[in-house]
Design a binder for this molecule. Sequence first.
Ligand code: IFM
Length: 469
Amino acid sequence: MTIFAFPEKFLWGAAASGPQTEGTEGKPHRSIWDSWHAHQPERFFAGIGPEKVCETLHKYQEDVALMKNIGFNSFRTSIQWSRLIEDFETGKPNEEAVRFYNNYFDEMISNGIEPMINLYHFDMPEELQQRYGGFESKHVTELFSRFATTAFQLFGHKIKYWITFNEPIVPVEGGYLYDFHYPCKKDGKLAAQVAFNIMLAHAKAIKCYRELALTGEIGVVLNLTPTYTRSDSAADKKAAWYADLLFNRSFLDPLVRHQFPQELCELLATHHCLPEMSKDEVMLITDSRVDFLGVNYYVPRRVKAREAEYTLDYFTPEYYFENYIDPNGRFNPYRDNNEILPQAIYDIATNIRDNYGNIKWYLAEIGIAMDLESEGPVQPDGVIDDSFRIALMEEHLIQLHRAIGDGANCFGVHQWTFIDNWSWINAFKRRYGFYRLDLTTGKRQIKRNGLWFKSLAENNQFICEGPQS
Ligand code: IFM
């Protein structure tokens, strides 16, 4: 039997986001998700859009009680730009939204749950997308900083952890390279511009936060996907180096190591994709400091050197590699055969320790997707049996525990997610929650993973039978 104990005051909880949980009622504006779904519902699994989702707007009190019930001491969600802000140009807030967010955050705080509040979770207001091209435009970075300032002024006295962006690379990939987010463009140069502008928006928001001299901390959440090669050949290793440069270092280096990788700038210039930027903008980004980093991890990336010719007529990172499936890998049968590699957690942690100044970080999302059928029905004891998840979560946390023992500066773990929530074009196809959401009745039903997490969070440790490596 082995006990895996975590550092004192470790954060335990879950992550979610406004657009995936709140529902659209009462919003003064639409986000690109609200309008895209209205125009093209067929792009969404089973045609389900963000109108209703978890109805957090009305059920936040019940939900905070459920969080408390399974031992959370912290919870991340996001403020929707299109809900909080009445007038995008001035940053004037919507009073109804201010009331909702105040009540929601107060409810968490009075129940001993630390809210960690994110400002952007893929949810560009539709109007800013249509009028300016969203983050294609520098002006929108300015509007983002006005929104951020409004949020800091309204809630900064009660929120100790702020996050500027969740997975900032994803809107770039989805909206400008691979067609799974609006505006569904395929344009490598625009993608690089949007990536740069998002970093600029992040840096401007941090500057505003520092100017207000609030006592909390501000960080960013990046999805880090360690890259593994097919073989040790020089060509495969180079392919992995490119994938790491384009998918991980592209955001991690400027935001945490305070420099844009020279190789990335050269590569983008070769493809005529270098964004428009001024020296002052670059300096604003590289001078800005995050107090902490959030890391989202689900699956590793495996690549090999390109064998087939690159045939797309616009630049994507795959110009430099092909994805590769390890024939000896372990896979999640419930989620498109995604590879399962707990070791990646250790590798991420040591990379941050050795190459990014051992910045304070937390595991901001980790989750195991299952569909409704594979989770099965409610058992006679009233619990849904998703033990598959528990076994995997234990394996991942054993790797995190090992990394902390080896000096990783990790201060918490949030699972994705609290209640099954709406997931963009996948809608409710894949479930991740500690609680199941019944889409017809809105009822929340505990899963076994939720009960396991309660014991983990309340004891700050878990126990595994048998020897563990
Ligand atoms: O639902 C998403 C979330 O918005 C960002 N990280 C991955 C989750 C699961 O796909």
